[in-house]
Each structure stands twice: as structure tokens, then as C-alpha cells.
Ligand binder design. Structure first.
Ligand SMILES: *Cc1c(COP(=O)(O)O)cnc(C)c1O
Ligand code: SF4
Length: 328
């Protein structure tokens, strides 16, 4: 069963925020790990549920690698920047990005349940660029005056960290835009804090007149837990379409077997692979980079081993393009 209460809020508060405590929990000696000594500008944040999916005593665990700050983050790599995909140039209202035809993306909140070291928005100026009660009217006016917009993407940060009350209010307001057809939510919550998928959240999603799509962000098969399966089953029963996107991350998921297993496990819980992203070149993430030729070889491996519907589309995001760029 999904949890009945708002138990997810204390769970969030109990997330690991201290590297020593996380290492201690995982039976790892901090002194053996290349942990930066300075104060982090992007702090550690790891929900207990996510840490429980890691293998104890393994400093190379693919989930640990996604969240553990290491000194490599402070290396500089050519071609990396603060805003690698041109998000700021696409801002049409505070927190509202209109880059592609028919779709807008709304930064609902800057907060996340987990801090992923590879995050391309880790340097994003959330203070100026997120939804607030003051900007909601302007956002709605923008949507209403652009008849070609059929889909709004709720992003962040993690939109499912919004309270049920604020989410419900937002969805009701969006339901008042006649030409809008779909509300898409990009979230890492089903992976990292599945207890947040509560009956009241399910009820408010089910109440939406617009179709709801949730794109989960799992990068490795070990993230697909029984609790995520339960949450996804409940979401599907409430009419939500489930897709997944992943990022290619060196040291985490850049081999064919790992990606096959991820697609298989996602399908088993009712989630279809959507995108496999080439890493966006944000400052601090260069050590996760994989050569594009290797990415192509991986897709080729997936095509040889999986049915077509379990092969995600390999894409990269290039500033100024009309859509994400497919790589064949
Ligand atoms: C990725 C993205 C979208 C959605 O693109 P799809 O190809 O429809 O998934 C929309 N707006 C912005 C700003 C994006 O970065
Ligand atoms: S925005 Fe997404 S990728 Fe970035 S830290 Fe938050 S959950 Fe992770």
C-alpha cells in the first residue's frame, strides 16, 4: 500500500545531509574517498529510501556515485558553463520557459528531494526563476494568450515537493486553460521518495481534466524498488501515463547490460523508457561525461537486445534548437 499520511515530510527532513553520516551508514571510510574539503555550494541530500538501495561497503555503487560529492566537481572542463542548454534565453515569464512549439516548461520550485551531482540545473538561479503566488497569474495569462500551447511541463527542482494543496490549486488553474491538453510532471520522487505518492496526491491527479503524464528519472535498474513499483501501479490506476528519462553517466550506467536491465525493470512496473540524454555540460558535472561514440554504441546494443519500445531515444539538448536533438 502507498502510505496514507504525510509521513513523507518527516522522511524528507531525515534525508542524509551529512557526508560522514552517509558513509557511516554505508560502512565506508570517508578517508578513502575523494571528498572535497571545502563547504559545498550544492550540498549533499539523500533520502533514506535511496540510501537503502545502495550496496553497503561499495564506494563505486552506481546510486552512491549519483549523490556523493567528489573533488572532480571542482575540475574545469572545456565547453562547460552555468547555463549549458540556454534555459535563461527561453524564459518568457519568471520561471516559465518556452523553447519548443506547443510546450512550455514551468519551474514549480527549486527544491529537490535528492541532490544529484550531475544535475544540469545545479547552478540555476531558482530564486529569480520559480513559480510564486505573484507570478501565477502572469503564467496563466501567457498560456491563455498562446493558443498553440497544448502541454505544460511541471519541472524544477521537483514539482512533487509542492504540498498537495498548492499542487491541487495549480492543477485546477491549469485546467481552466481551454486549449491545454496535457500536464506533464518531471520528477525523481517515485525513485527517491515513493512514500510521497499518497492517496491524496493520487486523488488530486485523478481529478485533473487534462491528461497527466509523469516522467520518472531513473538512471539505473537498482533504483527500481518494490516501493517504486507500488507507487507506479497506483499512479497508473489513477489514469497517469508513466514514462522515464535517464542521463548517460560515466561510472553509473554506461554499459549495455545496465541499460537493458533498466529498461526491463521499468517495463515490469509499467513505465516506458522515453529519453536517454547525453549529459548537459553544466559546470561541476564533467566527470560524468561519456563520449558520443560510446553512447551510439550503447544504443546499438540496446537495439540488438530489446524490443523497439524498450529502447529510449538518445538525445542531446542544444541551445537554440527547435527540439531535443536525436542522435542516431
Ligand atoms: C525538454 C524540454 C521540453 C520537452 O521536450 P519534449 O521533447 O517534448 O520532451 C520542453 N521545454 C523545455 C524547455 C525542455 O527543456
Ligand atoms: S532537478 Fe532533478 S536532477 Fe537536479 S538535483 Fe533535482 S532531482 Fe536531481
Amino acid at each position: 500500500m502507498t502510505s496514507k499520511t504525510n509521513a513523507w515530510q518527516p522522511m524528507l527532513a531525515q534525508a542524509f545531509s551529512n557526508i560522514a553520516a552517509l558513509c557511516d551508514y554505508l560502512n565506508l571510510d570517508m578517508a578513502d574517498l575523494p571528498i572535497p574539503e571545502n563547504k559545498l555550494d550544492f550540498p549533499l541530500r539523500v533520502p533514506r529510501h535511496y540510501a537503502e538501495l545502495m550496496e553497503k561497503g561499495n564506494p563505486h555503487d552506481p546510486l552512491l556515485r549519483q549523490v556523493l560529492p567528489i573533488t572532480d566537481e571542482y575540475a574545469t572542463y572545456p565547453g562547460y558553463s552555468q547555463d549549458p542548454v540556454g534555459d535563461l534565453a527561453a524564459v518568457v515569464q519568471p520561471g516559465l520557459l518556452h523553447k519548443y512549439h506547443g510546450r512550455v516548461l514551468l519551474i514549480v520550485t527549486g527544491a529537490c528531494a535528492i541532490h544529484c551531482r550531475y544535475c544540469f540545473r545545479r547552478n540555476f538561479p531558482y530564486n529569480e526563476q520559480q513559480l510564486s503566488r505573484d507570478t501565477l497569474d502572469n503564467t496563466l495569462n501567457y498560456l491563455k494568450s498562446h493558443l498553440e500551447i497544448s502541454e505544460i511541463i511541471l519541472s524544477g527542482g521537483d514539482p512533487l515537493l509542492f504540498s498537495d494543496e498548492r499542487l491541487s490549486d495549480l492543477i485546477q488553474q491549469l485546467n481552466s486553460v481551454p486549449h491545454l491538453k496535457r500536464i506533464r510532471i518531471h520528477t525523481r520522487i517515485p525513485v527517491v521518495l515513493p512514500a510521497r505518492i499518497t492517496p491524496s496526491l493520487l486523488a488530486l491527479l485523478a481529478a485533473s481534466e487534462k491528461k497527466v503524464i509523469i516522467v520518472t528519472h531513473a538512471n539505473h535498474g537498482n533504483e527500481v524498488s518494490p516501493a517504486m513499483a507500488t507507487a507506479c501501479q497506483a499512479l497508473r490506476q489513477n489514469g497517469v501515463t508513466l514514462l522515464n528519462q535517464s542521463v548517460l553517466l560515466a561510472g553509473v550506467n554506461v554499459d549495455g547490460e545496465t541499460l537493458c536491465q533498466l529498461s526491463e525493470r521499468l517495463f515490469n512496473i509499467g513505465v516506458l523508457p522515453y529519453y536517454l540524454h547525453i549529459l548537459d555540460k553544466a559546470n561541476g558535472v564533467g566527470h560524468f561525461q561519456t563520449a558520443e561514440a560510446h553512447a551510439l554504441a550503447l544504443i546499438d546494443y540496446l537495439r540488438q537486445h530489446l524490443p523497439g519500445y524498450l529502447v529510449p531515444k538518445l538525445v542531446k539538448e542544444q541551445a537554440g534548437e527547435q527540439h531535443k536533438t536525436p542522435i542516431f
